[in-house]
Write a protein that binds this ligand. Structure first.
Ligand code: 3HC
Length: 703
């Protein structure tokens, strides 16, 4: 059995190695074993100093996230208690930090009197991403080590620092020459400390971290940042903990930190963000696909189409060092496309995010061509041409002719039938959907659409490749709009209908941003393009042909050339980037409502919330039942990373679970009963939702 901790003596040193793969998460069993090892070293008169390290190189990724919310999280020895005990051992403790020290892992290092890192080590306090604050002394010990303001920035950003920055800030006392030398040089450092008679805990560089701050620092900070935090709890708790570090003695500050941490841990927001953490790791696992499957090698990529989407897709590969050929039909379109890519990189250079040299390196990986023969050797081809089935099928016929055997042929369609695209080739097993979101070089989500005949090897290869280019891949089956756009459809439909019934676009969007969505759905349609949405809708016309009111407002805006932001008007009016209400939309809504005999009335926020969000949730549950999504958490990831749903609500389906599935069902049925024909037609609860509620289940899963 894995001993969890390796204990070894080296002269006067005890070497204690954490050994809980893969990341030395500090769950209760590891905490208990570590405490025992440290007590043994503390009690052994032959031991004069203790070196703590990761037995397999990696120091620790922090507390065990899977324990949060369960009794194990605070089971003895709890992490704060364990670390407090370490600070009281009367012998120097030296943390030898290899690879990573995150969260509680860094707090463990901070509890040691001394820290040495290796040049590749990264450290940080990412608790904020889990809706938490550092809860094992981090908010109190870090400001005393690097100053309150630096500590606050580090904790609120959750960012990782590289070793040289950590050294510069005083988080590492020194750096080893390399990972292989880390342990040996940590021991050398420990011997030096003993030879110098160094104390177990050196004096803190900032014993009174508040002393240097202006008196009203925290009030100002709060006022400056509150709007950006929206309703997030964790940043506010971090600020309170840092304030405590500035006004309370260490032991009292630690107690205050504990109170705040427990408050954060128990919050729904943290529950939601922990759900997202595990969802992201789960998304890569596809039932039935052996993780050991042999992958195809992807050394060269081709992108068909140099438009905004094609250019953005190509950048992803150049950024990852993979050569990519961009194919266009016309020389001027090609030049324009590559010019846009260069301009995007230049903006990054201006912002200091990229060096000029990196820009040139990336551009050197991009090649343009007008000739399909130039992409014959590509291992992966991604088509990003006009969103029309016939156009895409024609491209795939050509690809089938020219591409080498074994090449993966991908379509970037956002809604069309990938099976119908695959069917025009003689190799449907090599065809897959890769739905990038715009801007494709920025957005993290990648919907990976598994068509009927897509080979497991092709799916596994693209999932791996997606991670290599920094994307979060989520697998979807084939249906109109896949996961994301299919759910957008009823959500947008209700938003438009609400405006016909009497709400204003601003009122609809305010309800959605009121629960912290990045954007309301109508602003989002304005951004994406009313024309784009209209064309997608037309392709699915049969699904709503019997409802004359269906998205009528969107259709009329399209007919008036109000395509959204790009034309200066849509559901709203735009002056530069400023969004303004437009009374013309209300007038239009009044006219359409009259024509359609839809009575107008005042509509409250609760109705807007339930109609938009319950329809979104209902569609998500339905496509889970249909097997389009593999799991509810995949749907959450799509909406968080593709549509600005707040991560601290956990995604729409997690949000539904937190609201209560019975309440969601009751809300849908209430709309069905109260909205007349519209209610009868569209507010049909998903059968899976009904089954879940009938069975008293509270989690969304197929059964
Ligand atoms: N607790 C529990 N499991 C963890 C974990 C943690 N802190 N960190 C990683 N894991 C697990 C992952 O779930 C995954 O498990 P799986 O293989 O069963 O899916 C496995 O370790 C490997 O993780 P990744 O797939 O993410 O591997 P990567 O190499 O891509 O990333 C990592 C490694 C950078 C460590 C990343 O996992 C990560 O960011 N982990 C979270 C770090 C973190 O947030 N730490 C703070 C925890 S909260 C805390 O410490 C509170 C304290 O203040 C009291």
């Amino acid at each position: 059995m894995n001993p969890l901790v390796h204990y070894r003596l080296d002269g006067q040193l005890a070497l204690i190695g954490l050994s809980r793969p893969p990341v030395n998460a500090l769950g209760q069993p590891l905490r208990a074993t570590l405490l025992k090892a440290c007590e043994r070293a503390a009690a052994d008169p032959a031991v004069r100093a203790i070196v703590l390290h990761g037995a397999n190189g990696l120091f620790s990724a922090g507390a065990d996230i899977s324990e949060f919310g369960s009794p194990a999280s605070h089971a003895a020895p709890d992490l704060p208690g364990l670390l407090l005990r370490l600070t009281r051992i009367d012998k120097p403790l030296i943390a030898a930090v290899g690879k990573l020290a995150l969260g509680g892992g860094l707090e463990l290092a901070l509890a040691c009197g001394y820290r040495i890192g290796e040049p590749g080590a990264r450290i940080g306090l990412p608790e904020i991403n889990l809706g938490l604050l550092p809860g094992a002394g981090g908010t109190q010990r870090l400001p005393r080590l690097i100053g309150a303001e630096s500590a606050l920035n580090m904790i609120l950003s959750g960012e990782q620092l590289d070793a040289s920055r950590a050294h510069l800030l005083g988080l590492f006392d020194c750096l080893a020459d390399g990972p292989e030398q880390l342990l040996e040089q940590a021991c050398g450092y420990a011997r030096d400390l003993l030879a110098r008679g160094a104390p177990a805990q050196p004096a803190a560089p900032y014993p009174n971290p508040g002393a240097e701050l202006p008196e009203d620092f925290f009030a100002f900070y709060r006022a400056e940042h509150e709007a950006r935090w929206k309703s997030r709890l964790a940043p506010r708790l971090v600020l309170a903990a840092l304030e405590a570090a500035c006004v309370l003695p260490l032991d009292e500050g630690l107690v205050r930190e504990q109170d705040l941490f427990r408050q954060a841990e128990a919050s729904r927001q943290s529950q939601a963000l922990r759900h997202v953490f595990f969802a992201e790791r789960e998304a890569g696992r596809v039932p039935g696909i052996d993780p050991a499957i042999e992958l195809r090698s992807i050394r060269q990529v081709a992108v068909i189409g140099a438009g905004t989407m094609g250019g953005g897709i190509a950048m992803n590969f150049a950024n990852a060092g993979i050569p990519v050929t961009v194919l266009e039909q016309q020389a001027d379109a090609l030049q324009r496309g590559l010019g846009n890519v260069r301009r995007n990189y230049e903006i990054s250079v201006q912002r200091g995010k990229l060096s000029q040299e990196q820009l040139e390196q990336r551009m050197a990986l991009l090649r343009g061509t007008l000739d399909y023969a130039d992409i014959a050797d590509a291992d992966l081809v991604i088509e990003a041409v006009f969103e029309k089935l016939e156009v895409k099928q024609q491209v795939f016929r050509t690809l089938d002719e020219v591409c080498k055997p074994g090449a993966i042929l991908a379509t970037n369609t956002s809604s069309l039938d990938v099976d119908a695209i695959a069917a025009v080739t003689r190799r449907p097993q090599d065809v897959i959907g890769l739905h990038f979101f715009s801007p494709a070089n920025v957005m993290r989500l990648l919907e990976v659409v598994r068509a009927r005949e897509t080979a497991p090897q092709v799916l596994a290869t693209t999932l791996k490749l997606a991670r290599r280019i920094g994307k979060l891949p989520v697998v979807s089956g084939v249906c109109f709009g896949f996961i994301g756009n299919r759910m957008l459809e009823p959500y947008a439909r209700e938003a438009m209908r609400l405006v016909l019934e009497g709400a204003t676009p601003a009122q609809v969007d305010a309800v959605l941003t009121g629960i912290d969505l990045n954007m309301g759905v109508l602003s989002m349609l304005d951004l994406a393009g009313i024309d784009v949405n209209y064309l997608v809708r037309q392709a699915n016309h049969a699904a709503f042909a019997d409802d004359p009111s269906y998205c009528r407002l969107g259709d009329e805006l399209y007919a008036q050339g109000r395509y959204g932001q790009k034309t200066g008007s849509g559901f709203f009016r735009y002056e530069g980037r400023q969004r303004l209400d437009d009374p013309a939309v209300t007038t239009l809504a009044e006219r359409l409502a009259g024509e359609l005999r839809i009575p107008r009335r005042p509509i409250d926020a609760g109705e807007i919330h339930d109609r938009c969000l319950f329809m979104l949730i209902n569609e998500g549950i339905q496509l889970l039942d249909e097997g389009i999504a593999l799991r509810a958490s995949d749907i959450d990831l799509v909406w968080i990373n593709g549509y600005g749903f707040p991560a601290h609500l956990g995604g729409p389906l997690h949000y539904a679970e937190q609201l209560g599935l019975d309440k969601v069902l009751a809300g849908i049925l209430a709309c069905q009963a109260s909205l007349g024909e519209h209610g009868q037609r569209w507010f049909q609860p998903a059968p899976l939702l009904q089954r879940l509620v009938a069975a008293g289940r509270t989690r969304i899963e197929t059964f």
